[in-house]
Design a protein around this ligand. Structure first.
Ligand SMILES: [Zn+2]
Length: 349
């Protein structure tokens, strides 16, 4: 038996169903347990094919209307960001900000971390997920990694970095204009700390890295594997922490300062492909976070990891997809089997 166990529990729910003339209905529920964190993800096959109950379709006309209504005040549009955004001191970034093509990086005006930068992703105020190209993302991740390098050089105590996105309002974005949020702190965040602690415990128990073992296991099974792009392996999460969760793991890289142009391109390429698939699934809103180990040591128990999830679709009066079940009980609902998601995604890689 392998070191990684894809555990699941099953339970049965009984009730008299008015949709079936009041007859006794039996519904089988599968609860999947994440092999590392033991996060629970629940699947009821009765919901299969009824996606619109939980995720009503995107209202694209409404999105266009919101884009038009907000373009005039957007601080990332035109040249407004050049005067409206803060700058870093010149000992960190000689010009205060970083620019590359249509991408610009500058400090967040209201940081939630010692290092908290915003990256403007392109000049266009509004893009659909399939309009975010790999080239644009490559520029955005290039300035991101460069900012980590420069900030850590000047402030060595800032060791834990993440690259994050809220895309569109249901995902938590305050503006429609595509942008990244970069965080750097002396301490890992809650989830990052959990990954580090669980990864270390696994390493001590098995003498190997959970993430490289997971990739080997997913490759051997194949049912959730999507693609290999250079040193990154892309697969659907066994026990997703959000709708349609896709993961990528860099098996030879434990932190961001080990990244060069190749890793940056792999992330940009894989993400743009996944976002095209999301768009064709008629999902419009998403979050992603890319995690790194501490940038001043190559931890044998950790590897760089990307998590990408859909959020509620953009529509007027949208209902959040993050309610008591996720926010407080810390569970998630599987809206389609990860194995089915992976089969669909393969067509885009
Ligand atoms: Zn804008």
């Amino acid at each position: 038996m392998g070191k990684i166990h894809f555990e699941s529990w099953r339970q049965t729910s009984f009730f008299h169903n008015p949709l079936k003339d009041g007859q006794l209905d039996t519904q089988e529920i599968e609860v999947r347990i994440d092999p590392l964190t033991r996060h629970q993800s629940t699947f009821n096959p009765g919901l299969e094919g009824k996606m619109s109950i939980l995720f009503p379709e995107t209202d694209y006309a409404y999105l266009e209307q919101r884009a038009e209504a907000t373009r005039g005040q957007c601080f990332l549009c035109d040249d407004r960001w050049r005067t409206a955004t803060p700058t870093y001191s010149t000992d960190i970034l000689p010009e205060g900000r970083l620019q590359r093509g249509e991408v610009a990086l500058f400090p967040n005006l209201f940081p939630v971390s010692a290092f908290h930068a915003v990256v403007k992703v392109g000049d266009r105020h509004f893009r659909l997920p399939n309009e975010i190209s790999a080239d644009l993302l490559e520029d955005a991740f290039t300035v991101s990694i460069e900012s980590f390098r420069q900030y850590h050089r000047r402030h060595p105590s800032i060791r834990y970095f993440t690259i994050n996105v809220n895309f569109l309002l249901p995902a938590g974005a305050s503006i429609i204009h595509p942008h990244l949020q970069l965080l750097g702190s002396p301490f890992p965040g809650t989830y990052q700390e959990l990954l580090l602690e669980k990864g270390l415990a696994y390493y001590k128990r098995h003498g190997s890295c959970y993430w490289t073992d997971l990739v080997e296991e997913e490759k051997a099974l194949g049912e959730r594997l999507i693609a290999q792009i250079g040193g990154s392996t892309w697969f659907a999460a066994y026990a997703p922490g959000g709708a349609n969760e896709i993961n990528a793991v860099w098996t030879e890289r434990s932190h961001f300062l080990e990244w060069g142009p190749e890793e940056i391109r792999q992330m940009a390429d894989g993400l743009s492909r996944a976002l095209c698939a999301y768009h064709d699934m008629k999902f419009s809103s998403f979050n992603f976070s890319c995690f790194s180990g501490p940038v001043d040591s190559s931890l044998p128990e950790f590897r760089c990891l990307l998590r990408l999830v859909n959020r509620q679709n953009a529509m007027p009066h949208h209902r959040t997809d993050d309610y008591y079940f996720q926010k407080l009980l810390k569970n998630e609902i599987i809206i389609q089997r990860p194995e089915k998601l992976a089969a669909f995604l393969k067509g885009y890689f």
